[in-house]
Ligand binder design. Sequence first.
Ligand SMILES: [Zn+2]
Length: 254
Amino acid sequence: MAFLIAIFGLLIGTLAAHVAEAAMAKRALAKPACPFCTAPYRPLQWCATLAFLTGQGRCRQCGRYFRLPRLAAELFLALGWGLLVGLNGLNLRVAFAMLTLIPLAMIMVTDLEAKLVPNAIMLPAVGAIFILGILCGPALPTLKTWAWWHAPAGGLAGFIVLRLLVTLGVAVFGPGALGEGDITLATYAGMVVGFPLVIITLLLMIAYGGIGAAGVIIARKGSLRTAIPYGPFIVLGCATTLLWGPQILHWFLS
Ligand SMILES: [Zn+2]
């Protein structure tokens, strides 16, 4: 069951990645084509994961490899959906959690490719989660009790913390360290997991960010001059919280 859902996640992830690329380029959704030379992809190459698995990870015409963020988004959604259903079974609440991962997969593509968190993706997502959060509570698969304000309060916490981090980041590193888009993304993530688990999401985001920054410093032998996209750390923090947030919170408090 979980495996079938993971395969389905891969398909939806493929679609989400193409929609994200179209939103990023502000163009209409068209037949998938190479971003470098615009040669159309073969159907098997529409899904980056399948293309790499079958040794077709390069464009036929210009020979360049596909962009890896599409692969990251597809695997993120496949793994996220598979784990959600594997750990919790499939019910309406799990389906709600699965849906909230789709905009996050799209941000993996846009932020890793162009350090962009497009409003065309985030504003509808924030609007939808605001309404659903008030009506259905945070999107946690194991949630039993909730109040109408738990999801909006989580969003507010995400907004305030990232607003402070952006101000701080600009003061310390100059403009470009963290973007306005990261604030919108954290507001969304906060509403998805709600209060109090938004605290876990933000702590995980900082932990993942630290690991990521350390990785970049080691890879570049000592400097962190170029800003690294921060969105994926928020995305991973949110997904980890959806999967294991209550356990992590319990572990923190005990
Ligand atoms: Zn090409």
